[in-house]
Design a protein around this ligand. Sequence first.
Ligand code: ACM
Length: 260
Amino acid sequence: MNVGFFQTNPVFGKKTDNIQNAITEIRGLNADLVILPELFNTGYQFVSKEEAFSLAEQVPEGQTTQALIRLAEEKQVHIVAGLVEREGEYCYNSAVLVGPDGYIGCYRKLHLFSDEKLWFEPGNTGLKVYDIGQARIGIMVCFDWFFPEVARSLALKGADIICHPANLILPYCPHAMITRCIENRVFAITANRTGVERRSKDTLAFIGTSQIVGTKGEILYRASADQEESMVIEIDPNVACDKYITPVNHLFNDRRVEFD
Ligand code: ACM
């Protein structure tokens, strides 16, 4: 299975351009699964709830999801991509999953980071695992990594690959995801962005270093800190089904949940 990411540097608010940039890049890839960053189509640093709402879209009817659906069909690829979702008067920091047969699902970020709490509602979709044929995939968004129970929950639900759209600012995540993979025996694909946003008093510098990590914590690929780039590699997602650490230690069966 060929899996990968596109590490972007979106221009804030230029949705059509950001979407087109992703379409052009993904058209050139030979992939079964591609992850795009969190909020890949809008940029990250909103200055008001009204602004977030004005850039938000209904899922799956909105411009971005519809464009990704067409691309997924054309390229016979599954795509996970972060965007601002609007439902009624509320906005969510969401990630959609689309595939060759169309729209599949949407995850709303559970753990909102910093000012995100001013624009978005905390997610309410729960953590789901999707069987996309070649693998079972789970989705979490950026800061969800800080809560190890998210990756554990996805792994317990059967995820082979954790798809992780991100807009990372803190430096720890690329290291932490190695641990998340070791402790759950899953693959993880973190699609981060690069660049700087300075739309309010805070300057946000995004750390790039998107990565694909194997089930034993191997860094299969790590991107640069500051370049827009894509990468696709071949993995065997079935490796994630083996939860034996030693012949007598099973990652899930050895848990002592009665003492939690
Ligand atoms: C983040 O959750 N975007 C840091």
